[in-house]
Design a protein around this ligand. Structure first.
Ligand SMILES: NC(=O)c1ccc[n+]([C@@H]2O[C@H](COP(=O)([O-])OP(=O)(O)OC[C@H]3O[C@@H](n4cnc5c(N)ncnc54)[C@H](OP(=O)(O)O)[C@@H]3O)[C@@H](O)[C@H]2O)c1
Length: 289
């Protein structure tokens, strides 16, 4: 049986992944930076990372740790580098130094794309600090046996401290709060549940390489937000469409098209990923229950 270390285990994805794997009887150890976990350490500090990995001796690491705020990354490059790049470097360095057979599953992002899509894996275009530091993390991961999953996800958060896109839309329609939604930013996310299911498959087949993991086809964030609100039974009169460059609440550049072609993942894993419209109904159900 694998000994699975989930880093960043108390985040949006980690809370769902951890409970999913534990429910299936997997041998899971969790780590976080400050929030409560089996182990607390700063992955960006070489000596700390080494010490704890030696203690845990995982056979699989699922790395979810990172700095996910695009705005914060833009204004704090050195902190973004520490959280998104140095952390992965340290994990890879331990695997190399100890000649461990440990497999790394590293979660990256669709943010490394821009321009006309659907993007294949080689079509990288870096446009902001978040994308740059996540991409540099991928390069560090590639020094060891590794599955790199470029993804994006929506769904109901299990933690108060971390709001997902759909949590934000849900709150805005429930409270009839006026919000602006991005009309010229396209993406192809999956639900958190689907990403968790796909990571579970990867855990035992361990494909090596970089793979897009998104829904089939995509849509603009505005289309998504309206469709999600409609699926919940709301008119969404509170939402106004706006272009990202006109959105005063955004400081960092946002890629206009992050839609991914996930056929490489579908082929190697022998799965069919759902259309985004199916994901919307699936996620809306999470808010009804
Ligand atoms: N959210 C999205 O929609 C999205 C989209 C595409 C890709 N991704 C990628 O998917 C992964 C998981 O995302 P998420 O939204 O679940 O993340 P999240 O909620 O922001 O959680 C990230 C976790 O990383 C931990 N962390 C940060 N710096 C660390 C360090 N130096 N040492 C140890 N732990 C550290 C934090 O631990 P503490 O809780 O202790 O502070 C935090 O809980 C990330 O790599 C992200 O880039 C996310």
């Amino acid at each position: 049986m694998e000994k699975i270390l989930i880093t960043g285990a108390n985040g949006l994805l980690g809370t769902s992944l951890g409970s999913f794997l534990k429910e299936r009887g997997e041998n899971v150890v969790t780590s976080a930076f400050k929030s409560k976990a089996d182990f607390n350490f700063d992955l960006s500090v070489d000596a700390e990372c080494n010490h704890f990995l030696e203690l845990i001796k995982p056979t699989v690491i699922i790395n979810l740790a990172g700095m996910t705020s695009v705005e914060f990354c833009e204004e704090n490059l050195h902190l973004a580098y520490a959280a998104n790049t140095r952390t992965v470097e340290n994990l890879a360095k331990w695997i190399i130094a100890t000649k461990s057979k440990c497999h790394l599953i590293h979660i990256s992002t669709d943010h490394v794309y821009d321009g006309p899509g659907l993007h294949a894996e080689e079509n990288v275009k870096i446009t902001n600090n978040y994308a740059m530091t996540k991409y540099a993390g991928e390069l560090a991961a590639a020094f060891v046996p590794c599955t790199i999953l470029r993804t994006n996800f929506v769904g109901k958060s299990k933690i108060n401290s971390r709001e997902s896109l759909t949590d934000w839309v849900y709150k805005s329609v429930i409270n009839n709060k006026c919000v602006q939604v991005l009309d010229d930013v396209y993406f192809s996310p999956l639900s958190i549940k689907r990403v968790v299911n796909m990571i579970y498959l990867v855990l035992y087949s361990k494909p090596i390489g970089v793979f897009n993991l998104g829904s089939d086809l995509g849509m603009s964030k505005a289309e998504f937000d309206f469709a999600f609100a409609k699926s919940l039974g709301f008119q969404a009169d509170n939402m106004t469409k706006i272009n990202a460059d006109k959105a005063l609440f955004l400081k960092a550049y946002r890629p206009k098209n992050m839609c991914m072609n996930s056929s490489k993942f579908e082929t190697i894993m022998d799965v069919k990923l759902p259309k985004l419209i199916e994901i919307i109904d699936e996620v809306a159900n999470e808010y009804r229950n």
